[in-house]
Design a protein. Structure first.
Length: 211
């Protein structure tokens, strides 16, 4: 118990890595050891900052590996070589940062309105060596000129459903990859949007909507 109290992140990191390895096949992934270790570095950064910044809801290392990291990586099957995306309401960097770590050809714009979270993202970009492929905007997405990217993604935007009409207008002519539940489906249907949906592995109610 004493060793665990002295090195809490070591135990959490090991549990995260084991859960990632145990579950990545269910997500159609087989990532290299070095990539998994880099994702574990990113996980440590989040759990270290989370008590102050409230980046994600509290979860076990195993749940974090599956629900946050592996689910974020489901974007990869939709992103062609050298794809560019905008992550709106990026928060902790989900889903974009795991994809940037896993694929060195991807570029991204991260939009986060809260200054402390934007500063956290700046730190992540530096420590994960992503600076050459990432721009960060500390603004509301509606205050950022519609970027020259191919994809728009969003996982945890405040008042997501209420913001959806503005987001769709802002990202007009881009492909959308939006994470959500049943309420997202109904919101898209109400606007006459035709979409494809992918149920997240190991989940019964979380989806990725593509249109």
């Amino acid at each position: 118990m004493k060793a665990r109290s002295l090195h809490p992140f070591i135990f959490m990191r090991n549990e995260f890595v084991q859960a990632f390895r145990d579950n990545q096949a269910a997500f159609g992934l087989q990532l290299h050891h070095e990539t998994i270790e880099k994702l574990a570095d990113y996980y440590e950064m989040i759990i270290e900052a989370n008590p102050l910044l409230h980046l994600v809801a509290p979860s076990s290392p195993g749940e974090f590996a599956t629900r946050h990291i592996l689910e974020s990586l489901t974007l990869l099957e939709f992103l062609h070589d050298k794809a560019s995306l905008a992550d709106v309401g990026a928060g902790a960097g989900l889903p974009s940062v795991p994809c940037l770590i896993a694929r060195k050809d991807i570029t991204a714009i991260l939009i986060e309105s809260k200054e402390k979270k934007a500063n956290f993202l700046e730190n992540v970009v530096e420590r994960c060596e992503l600076r050459s492929r990432v721009q960060i905007f500390n603004r509301q997405f509606s205050e950022v000129e519609s970027p020259n990217v191919e994809f728009v993604t969003c996982r945890a935007l405040d008042k997501f459903i209420e913001s959806l009409p503005r987001l769709l207008k802002w990202g007009y002519r881009r492909r959308f990859l939006l994470f959500g539940g049943n309420s997202m489906r109904e919101a898209l249907k109400s606007k006459g949007i035709r979409f494809n949906e992918k149920l997240m592995p190991l989940s019964k109610q979380r989806f990725l909507y593509e249109f």
